[in-house]
Ligand binder design. Sequence first.
Ligand code: SAM
Length: 149
Amino acid sequence: MKITLAAVLSTRSLPEAGGRWFDDYVSRIARYTPCESQAFESEKALLEWIERQQGRTRAYAILFDSRGRQYSSEEFAGQVGRLRDEGTQRVVFAIGPADGWSAAAKQRADLLLSLGLMTLPHQLARVVVAEQVYRAFTILAGHPYHSGH
Ligand SMILES: C[S@@+](CC[C@H](N)C(=O)[O-])C[C@H]1O[C@@H](n2cnc3c(N)ncnc32)[C@H](O)[C@@H]1O
């Protein structure tokens, strides 16, 4: 299962888009499964790219939205584990545009997921998503990184 941590943000914002923390979690996730980060200038470019990722299975798109479903880290890990065990080839975790997702993007999402009811800046949301994906793999592996508190 290949993981893509995607974000809709201008390339001008890239240098501060999570920085060292984000890069560190991408490397940590890659110990468990192939992981890459991708930035898109527009939501349209992201959605078109997702459609081009069709392989044996359709790319599974998890779009982050403060009004989406809320999972505990264990529930999130369970979802990631199910996708892995079902043989899903690519899972895309995407942070959206500054003015939120369009109706078309919400329609395409396989899952709209909230990190909490408060709105985070996209740089911070990106780091939190990367950390939670890493945490999910440690939970699935029984690694002591996650104590549950
Ligand atoms: C700065 S936020 C945009 C917020 C948007 N203006 C609004 O009020 O909904 C940029 C992106 O960060 C992500 N984001 C921010 N806070 C979030 C949260 N609490 N849960 C999930 N995603 C969040 C979303 O993907 C959002 O599209």
